[in-house]
Design a protein around this ligand. Structure first.
Ligand code: NAD
Length: 475
């Protein structure tokens, strides 16, 4: 069993002052694999003080110096990518088939950001005025358990690129993965105090970061409810906020799509990361007259996805991350049945033979109307709702009838038509005829209650600087 009782502050591994301990459970077996000592206010205050001090020099570093740091962070993570990927299989239940790729993507974030940095204009001219894009200061990053490395690296990279320093509070249930990442960061030889990582709960460490006057901005990825709490907590110090929140993303299949491709893809999009993905396309919007064909193709597609032990290379669907997540998914499946949705496949309980872990049955409902609970609320598990439409206008209406606006998907054999539909969807990202978010420079973030601000590439950098205008700069 692994004991995690240190934070990473000022380039040192320092013992936690907290005395609350959280168990770390392997979701495949429900066995105890570690314990993390959660930090307290004092720990995070120390980290913020270190970041504040480091900012004085770090904010003056050159683009070249910071580019080299981004490269070193990438290299240090790649050196341990295998071990990191294994930890995410063990602690998070992420199938091995996806874990390594996701870890490499996390490392590559530093390279993508390095490229964006070369193009970023820190100095701009507006007539006689010069506008200098100054680094914001100390960034407070708060991240979720799904794709721990991706989210932490996604927060650190733009901070480093722009000359900001950072304090990260990762999810408390990802502490084994975080410990390995801390070691990589330590190897990268970044100036002391520039990157600090504090283990702790949201209610204690996260809340202290949110209210602390020396944090300039909270960069948060997590649920919409916690995003709202953070917004309220940050108001007294008028912090800048970037909130990457939940979703209930629509996937519109147009009549002219190739259903043999679009429907299996829709299942992959809905069940991405065993359904634990913010951008999962969980509302499948299909032509009413094709429903029976869709149901048949869905059943075949689900059957072909191997559910199993995440260490096995061909596993696509692993367990959910925790008992809490398991219970949430069960609750929603029950609500859907009670509200009259038709079970196409899956249902309540564990899949047969997988009673020892937090495995759920990949579940698809038909006859879902957009006002049902499962069509409105984010479930964060492999539960897909099929909703039918009569006209394309109605499909768009259904797609936009949600409090969320993170991602959307459109399938059609007519690109112009798909583009037209995409232009009418209210979402931060629309993917045409594909399900993989593979453009690392495209902005990522949500409309409506899916968030505020954008991550990735130039857009992510823009969120870490504040314009200072110097008037009469030129004659
Ligand atoms: P969560 O909101 O419960 O927790 C996220 C983080 O916030 C954790 O580190 C947690 O400790 C912290 N936190 C909790 N309460 C807090 C408080 N009062 N003050 C400050 N911090 C607090 O989310 P989760 O269960 O870890 O992750 C799943 C959620 O994240 C889903 O809703 C999913 O859609 C969302 N998510 C969004 C994106 C995106 O980019 N839009 C990406 C991944 C996940």
């Amino acid at each position: 069993m692994k004991i995690i009782n240190q934070h990473y502050i000022n380039s040192h591994f320092v013992k936690s002052n907290g005395n609350e301990v959280e168990d770390l459970i392997n979701p495949t077996t429900k066995k105890l694999i570690g314990r993390v000592t959660l930090g307290n206010e004092k720990d995070v205050q120390t980290a913020i003080a270190a970041a504040k001090e480091a900012f004085k020099l770090f904010s003056k570093t050159t683009i070249e110096e910071r580019s080299n740091m981004l490269q070193r962070l990438h290299d240090a993570i790649m050196d341990k990518a295998e071990i990191l990927a294994q930890a995410s299989v063990e602690e998070y239940g992420s199938p091995a088939s996806a874990s390594y790729g996701r870890t490499v993507f996390a490392a590559k974030t530093f390279l993508f950001t390095k490229e964006a940095l070369q193009e970023f204009e820190f100095e701009r001219s507006m007539g006689k005025t010069k506008v200098i894009m100054e680094p914001l200061g100390v960034i407070g990053a708060i991240t979720p358990w799904n794709a721990n490395y991706t989210h932490i690296c996604g927060k650190i990279a733009p901070a480093i690129a722009t000359g900001c320093t950072i304090v990260v509070k990762p999810s408390e249930i990802s502490a084994l993965q975080t410990k390995l990442l801390m070691e990589c960061i330590n190897e990268a030889n970044i100036p002391a105090g520039v990157i600090n990582i504090v283990n702790g709960s949201g209610a204690v460490v996260g809340a202290e970061m949110t209210r602390h006057p020396d944090i300039a901005k909270i960069s948060f990825t997590g649920s919409t409810n916690v995003g709202k709490l953070i917004s309220k907590g940050a108001v007294d110090t008028l912090k800048r906020l970037a909130l990457e929140l939940g979703g209930k993303s629509p996937n519109i299949i147009l009549e002219d799509a190739n259903f043999n491709e679009a429907i299996p893809m829709a299942v992959s999009i809905g069940f991405s990361n065993t359904g634990q993905a913010c951008h999962a396309g969980t509302r499948l919007i299909v032509p009413e007259n094709r429903l029976e064909e869709v149901k048949k193709l869905i059943k075949e597609a689900v059957k072909s996805m191997k559910l199993g032990n995440p260490v096995e290379e061909d596993t696509i669907l692993g367990p959910l991350v925790s008992q809490k997540q398991f219970d949430t998914v069960q609750r929603y499946i029950k609500i859907a049945i009670d509200e009259g949705a038709e079970l196409v496949t899956g249902g309540l309980g564990h899949p047969e033979g997988f009673e020892d872990g937090y495995f759920v049955k990949p579940t698809v409902f038909a006859n879902v109307t957009n006002d049902m609970t499962i069509a409105r609320e984010e479930i964060f598990g492999p539960v897909l709702s099929i909703i039918t439409y009569k006209t394309e206008e109605q499909a768009i209406e259904i797609a936009n009838d949600t409090i969320y606006g993170l991602a959307a998907y459109v399938s059609s054999s007519n690109l112009e038509k798909a583009k037209n539909i995409a232009s009418k969807i209210v979402a931060g990202r629309v993917l045409i005829n594909k399900g993989v978010h593979d453009d690392p420079y495209a902005p990522f973030g949500g409309f409506k209650q899916s968030g505020i601000g954008r991550d990735s590439g130039i857009y992510g950098l823009e969120e870490h600087v504040e314009p200072k205008a110097i008037l009469s700069y030129k004659e």
